[in-house]
Design a protein around this ligand. Structure first.
Ligand SMILES: [Zn+2]
Length: 437
């Protein structure tokens, strides 16, 4: 088995030489050295970090124990103090990514990147994609790519560096239309969000793709349902890789190797930890908690101990590919998106994904929680093939009825007759607090 190609970048940074697999100790020595430089840079140049980290002596941060005593940063800090977290002048900023989360009022979240920051993302995409494709092949990119330095654009440029052609289609709304168009061409690999790929594969055009033509698929999302991985690999006889990354990690964060057992993290640029979501206490490898990372090379807007809100765990020990680059297990969704119900149970998007996306014919769904006569009600709007398919609805109703967490909760299934899939972030919309006396 080929070693993770992420190792190429980490080896170069750690100075282990391309032919060597850097040992854990060497990687961590490099990481803490870069972290100390980052803290120093942040405390010198950002008013936010000057205050937040007052009293910190960068030279003292030599191990995980010292790291665990540093304060966290969060999405709230980005919203409230983003400008003050910036460590460079505005004219050194090459790209700003602005995000206004759905359902959130107040200032948007803004991330600032320099040319060098973006180059390191490009480099990660370049090496990371080497596990999936080789020169002369062609990749379909189902990610936004219209603006320069968007994820799709960076990925296409990274692929060009390895002589791999690509087509940026963007996000799919009409899977039938998109499938007819894209599958008229032959692609060796596809990159996109799980629901988008699943919907494409379930259309007649997607089902007529000859087995083995698509050799690999890369899924990127905060939650990648196992049912989607299983179905895609069976439908197209391809390898299904996972990618972990957010705008905060610099779009790229980690990618699976051929072993398909957790994302090898971008350890040349990011130092990951997992902490207890409630207490903030650092957890050992293997334990589930909130994923936290610090940037090691970012000059524009460094993030120190940034809480991602993702529920995950770091895997202990070397990978089956032989590499000591840390792996992040499949993330189990967003911590803040778990919805508590009247019946004392909780419901989350990842749970509904595994149940509903496993039903053949389902293309997408949107769940909404409401209060009706003082009781919780879950409305699920299903997009299916064919639209309004009785069979799909009966099966969905049956499966949801069997979910212990939804006991005593009224569940209503509605059809989305448009046949379109939702481009917005997939969350359980919670309207229970709205229009209440
Ligand atoms: Zn591996």
């Amino acid at each position: 088995m080929k070693r993770t190609t992420v190792e190429n970048i980490v080896s170069a940074s750690v100075n282990a030489g391309a032919e060597h697999s850097p040992a854990r100790a060497a990687i961590e020595q490099y990481q803490f050295s870069r972290l100390r430089q980052t803290i120093d840079h942040a405390m010198t140049n950002s008013p936010f970090y000057q205050t937040r980290m007052a009293g910190t002596v960068p030279a003292d941060i030599t191990d995980h124990g010292a790291l665990s005593r540093l304060p966290f940063t969060s999405e709230g800090d980005l919203r409230r103090s983003g400008q003050d977290m910036l460590c460079i002048s505005q004219d050194e900023v090459a790209r700003i990514i602005t995000m206004q989360s759905s359902g959130t009022t107040g200032p948007p979240k803004r991330l600032f990147f320099t040319e060098d920051d973006l180059e390191r993302t490009l480099d990660f995409f370049h090496h990371g994609m080497k596990s999936l494709v080789k020169g002369g092949q062609k990749v379909l990119i189902l990610l936004p790519g219209a603006t320069p330095d968007s994820t799709g654009d960076l990925l296409a440029r990274a692929l060009a560096r390895m002589d791999v052609a690509s087509r940026i289609y963007g996000l799919v709304t009409d899977p039938q239309l998109a499938a007819k168009e894209v599958f008229a061409e032959n692609f060796d690999a596809i990159v996109g969000f799980p629901v988008q790929l699943l919907a494409l594969s379930r259309t007649p055009a997607g089902q007529s793709v000859p087995a083995g033509q698509i050799k690999s698929v890369l899924l990127c999302s905060d939650y990648i349902p196992q049912t989607v991985c299983d179905e895609l690999s069976a439908a197209w006889q391809c390898r299904v890789f996972s990618h972990y990354g957010t705008v905060e990690t610099g779009l790229g964060g980690g990618v699976e190797c051929e072993g398909l057992c957790g994302c090898h993290l971008r350890e040349a640029d990011l130092l990951f930890e997992v902490v207890c979501p409630r207490t903030g206490v650092s957890l050992d490898r293997g334990q589930w908690g909130e994923v936290v990372f610090s940037t090691l090379t970012r000059r524009g807007m460094p993030l120190i101990r940034y809480r991602t809100g993702d529920y995950g765990r770091l895997l202990a020990g070397p990978c089956v590919c032989g590499s000591h680059i840390t792996r992040l297990d499949k993330v189990r969704g967003r911590i803040g998106q778990v919805r508590q119900l009247d019946n004392g149970q909780a419901v989350s998007m990842d749970m509904l994904d595994e149940i509903l996306l496993a039903i053949p014919g389902v293309l997408d769904f949107q769940p909404v929680l409401q209060k009706e006569n003082g009781r919780d009600r879950l409305i699920v709007r299903l997009t299916s093939i064919p639209a309004n398919s009785d069979e799909v609805f009966q099966l969905a109703a049956l499966r949801l009825k069997g979910v212990a967490q939804l006991k005593d909760i009224e569940v209503i299934l509605e059809a989305n007759p448009s046949g379109l899939i939702n481009k917005a972030k997939r969350i359980i919309e919670d309207n229970r607090g709205k229009n209440q006396p």
